[in-house]
Design a protein around this ligand. Sequence first.
Ligand SMILES: C[S@@+](CC[C@H](N)C(=O)[O-])C[C@H]1O[C@@H](n2cnc3c(N)ncnc32)[C@H](O)[C@@H]1O
Length: 255
Amino acid sequence: MIAIDLERGLVTVEEAGERRTYPLASPEAFAVVSRAWLRCGWDTKYVYGFTWLGRPVIQLPEDLIRVQEAIYEIKPDLVIETGVAHGGSLVFYASLLRLLGRGRVVGVDVEIRPHNRRAIEAHELSPWITLVEGDSVAPGVVARVRELVAGASRVFVVLDSGHARDHVLAELRAYAEFVTVGSYLVAADGIMTDLVGAPRTAPDWSWNNPRAAVEQFLETRRDFVRSEPPIPFNEGLVRDRVTYWSGGWLRRVAS
Ligand SMILES: C[S@@+](CC[C@H](N)C(=O)[O-])C[C@H]1O[C@@H](n2cnc3c(N)ncnc32)[C@H](O)[C@@H]1O
């Protein structure tokens, strides 16, 4: 149970038989309210309401701001994203790289619907975008991506296709080789584990999710560590992100 008392400036949370009350002006209250907001946003499909330069982008706005901060830090010359959907995230990355004056984007999707392909190919930023159609972990698709990576010196990877644990684990293993040292391999939508019981979820999301894939991946890898990019500016009290990408940021630390 969560109760927000705006008049008294208090947030009360009751969990596992314990009741805690925080002042609204505290990071603890912000975390409790954010958790409720994320759940409410999931139920209402809040993330299905944004575009970037004309294309629908299915992301929480804070995740876009945070990945922008990481892109600006890394300044990749190649961003690879699995999971294209309407193409808004590809256009988002392409717009950042265009502004930075370097780089291209590769988008991989098992099915690029004709109207989405047409819109992406007609977009002002399409010269910076290469589409690859096929299962992201199919050997032929990975080989095609490898060809497109050739010569890139800083590569940033976002995995946002299927979110089942084994698929994300296979993607992590297949795409890790492309990530350059110092850059990131991001598995989106680790939030699934916190949404069990909500509409449009399944009970197995408690274990069958990208966060579990990341944990399994890290068991055998010393070249990646779980590490969210530093937040470059923060004069507020809140330290934690309000994110769908929880537990999904991996930094490559060795070759
Ligand atoms: C969450 S949407 C991607 C959203 C997009 N990145 C954005 O920010 O707007 C997931 C996409 O992954 C694709 N997908 C699902 N399974 C896949 C697979 N095995 N290989 C490649 N793409 C897959 C779906 O077709 C869908 O377009």
